[in-house]
Design a binder for this molecule. Structure first.
Ligand SMILES: [Zn+2]
Length: 440
């Protein structure tokens, strides 16, 4: 982003795309104007990894202090109670929360399918909220009885997964520039799915020309599983099943050797970096500078709403800055490096080649206006991007997707009564799933 800041500038939008940008005094005529005085204007943030349905079991106390697989085993039985309404309302609430944090495009990997057609319910919610949505059809096919971590209610057969994946792509996937909805295929992790599912999913993605997503090198448990089961490290197995390509992006990539990072860079496989979640689960975080040095494209992601517990890409961006400096020293990353990971490079993770993540003519009109004239920014006068990330917390004054404001003057533009109803219904399902008395 360095070099293309415009102090006191403007952004013009027209019909869902950016029409132009410019300096003060050169503003074009406009039918409608939103003021950005005292604010920083950035492209909308792009979320490259999430499990939104987990907001139904947020900060779940009985799983506190567990590392990944024990944490998953504590929560999987609860997730077996997720139904279509719970998924729709959790997605609606999660997407609204993302918009309030400056996110305009998100992926989501829903891997628990105790009932059919749950991703259809997510898509209904995304259309209602108006966020740009890249649902990744998650999957688990290795149940406890076959040596996997998940109970049988959450697993499906390879045939069921592939058939539903193809149905979703044929029904909803829009590859056109400016697309509001694209489907990706996403077996959860090699430690929870069969080798056959990985191989068949890669073939299907090639045939349908859609992207591939999974977790990779996320935990030492995954490494141990791959060594014991396949006599390979997770990255070697990933290559063996045909995933090493620029069609895939992977979440985390923490427990890696230099040659593995270089291999990913050579393949063009991008990484969703989610330090808030992986540090919360005690796994630490990947080194963003080391990945970039190896030629890997790195986007940011919030990750699961029950591990990182928030859905704020701004908060994740700030965590990424401190994590990079903790690993590599004070010179390891700047706020602009992180903004790039949250916008341009995140859009590349999702395979967007239509300018998403930039404020350039012809790009999708996804824009965030961040208030920098609050108490938290008093005294920050030398660099608005550093101020944006190092001061705060900061909220968007306006969040626009496809030119439409989802947040205006700090509030959601969705009807207040609908927001209230959604939060009430969400609380009902969350308490039901957690086995609590219904407090609504
Ligand atoms: Zn994840």
């Amino acid at each position: 982003m360095a070099g293309d800041d415009i102090p006191g500038g403007w952004v013009a939008l027209d019909g869902g795309t950016v029409a132009g940008t410019g300096r003060a005094g050169e503003e074009p005529e406009a039918a409608r104007t939103l003021t950005a005085r005292g604010a920083l204007v950035t492209p909308g943030l792009v979320n490259t990894h999430h499990h939104i349905f987990q907001n139904l079991t947020r900060a779940y106390a009985p799983a506190t202090g567990y590392e990944l697989f024990d944490w998953l085993k504590a929560l999987y039985p609860l997730w077996a109670a997720v139904d279509e309404e719970a998924v729709e309302v959790s997605t609606w609430v999660g997407l609204a929360e993302l918009a309030l944090g400056g996110c305009t495009t998100t992926t989501d990997m829903l891997y628990a399918h105790p009932r059919p057609r749950l991703i259809d319910a997510q898509i209904r919610a995304a259309r209602d909220v108006g966020l740009r949505f890249h649902p990744a059809r998650g999957a688990l096919d290795l149940s406890e009885k076959d040596g996997g971590p998940a109970p049988a209610q959450l697993t499906e057969s390879v045939e069921e997964i592939l058939a539903d994946s193809e149905r979703l792509v044929r029904t909803y996937h829009d590859p056109a520039p400016g697309s509001m909805l694209r489907i990706a295929l996403a077996p959860s992790t090699q430690a929870a799915v069969t080798e056959r599912l990985m191989v068949e999913t890669a073939r299907l993605a090639e045939r349908l020309d859609v992207r591939l997503h999974t977790h990779l090198a996320e935990s030492l448990g995954e490494e141990e599983y791959c060594r014991e089961t396949y006599r390979r490290r997770p990255v070697e197995q990933f290559e063996h099943v045909g995933w090493g390509s620029d069609r895939a992006w992977v979440a985390h990539f923490i427990f890696t050797e230099p040659w593995e990072r270089e291999r990913l860079g050579r393949w063009g496989t991008a990484v969703a970096h989610c330090p808030g979640s992986t540090m919360m689960l005690g796994a630490g975080a990947a080194s963003l500078p080391a990945l970039r040095d190896a030629g890997v494209t790195v986007g940011l992601g919030c990750d699961g709403s029950a591990s990182t517990d928030h859905a704020s890409l701004w908060l994740e961006a700030r965590t990424a800055l401190t994590a990079a400096r903790e690993r590599g020293g004070a010179g390891a990353a700047t706020a602009r490096d992180i903004l790039r990971a949250a916008t341009v490079d995140a859009a590349a993770c999702l395979g967007r080649e239509d300018g998403l993540g930039r404020l350039a003519p012809g790009a999708p009109a996804d824009v965030v206006v961040w208030d920098l004239d609050e108490f938290a920014f008093a005294g920050a006068h030398t660099d608005p991007v550093e101020a944006w990330l190092r001061c705060g917390p900061v909220r968007p004054r306006h969040t626009l997707v496809q030119g439409h404001p989802l947040v205006e003057d700090g509030s959601l533009t969705l009807p207040h009564a609908r927001t209230h109803d959604m939060l009430t219904t969400h609380a009902h399902h969350a308490r039901r799933i957690q086995g609590l008395e219904d407090g609504t």
